[in-house]
Design a protein around this ligand. Sequence first.
Ligand SMILES: [Zn+2]
Length: 311
Amino acid sequence: MTTRRWHGGELRRDRLTGEWSVLAPGRAARPHAPDGDCPFCPGPGEDTPPESWRLPSADGRSWRVRTVPNRYALSDRHEVVIESPHHDWDLAAGTDAEVADVLYGWQQRHIALRETAAQVVIFRNHGPAAGTSLPHPHSQIAGLPVLSPGIRHRLDRYREHHGRRGRTFAADLLAEELRAKTRIVHAGEHAVVFAPFAPAASYELRVLPRRIRADFATVPADELGGVARVLRIALRALRDELADPAYNLIVDTAPSGWEQAPFLAWSLRILPRADVAAGLELATGIPVVTTTPEQAAAALRSKIADPVPAT
Ligand SMILES: [Zn+2]
């Protein structure tokens, strides 16, 4: 049996499948829909562990984005990124600059947390069906002591493609999607959002930056701003088309030690929680998706007021 000590619990590996599970009984005590004061809102009701980082406001007196240790941590290094001082703010409703501030916060904490982690995961759960326990806009970042099988598999596939073609998998995929056009939702100056050919969920979206880099943390400010704009456009279209659906947003980036790998590419994934996993999916791991990516992309394009042609 493979067991590793884990912050507040255990990391166990299934002998049959080789897959890891985190056993975190303490997380059952997470707050859901707090009564009264929100712990993330600035003011007398604010109640968080001591701050680990902040992006100050222009006058320096308050903050635009701040990070704190997660009280219900999944690992030793698990932080909450409080994305705005405003309780009702959301990525889909924010300005390009506000969304870029959040991405900058992810970069800064990624750099800090990867010192002691095999892999840093950055994710955002939106809506109770996606696992949100507090409505105040926030995302999470955690350093993990092991590489997940999913990441290992992706590393192998990217390396194999690069060895065979001499180009990154992401560059070839982006060129193919831009040629086909049917799954493109929006093509911006710095990034493109599209519905993947074989999605894991209805309305799954991927944001691929045009400039391929392995490491999300090294994206310079102008490119990060361009990615933020495309992400904001995609989330707003999704909100308008599906009436603010629950989703998980994931940053896929190089694990520790692979930041310079020439075959890797960072990207963003948005996975709406519209389909319910049933027996076939649980038995085979093959998702059943009810909306084709071509339908999803066409519907989302129609929600974008000022579409930029896919070139
Ligand atoms: Zn709040």
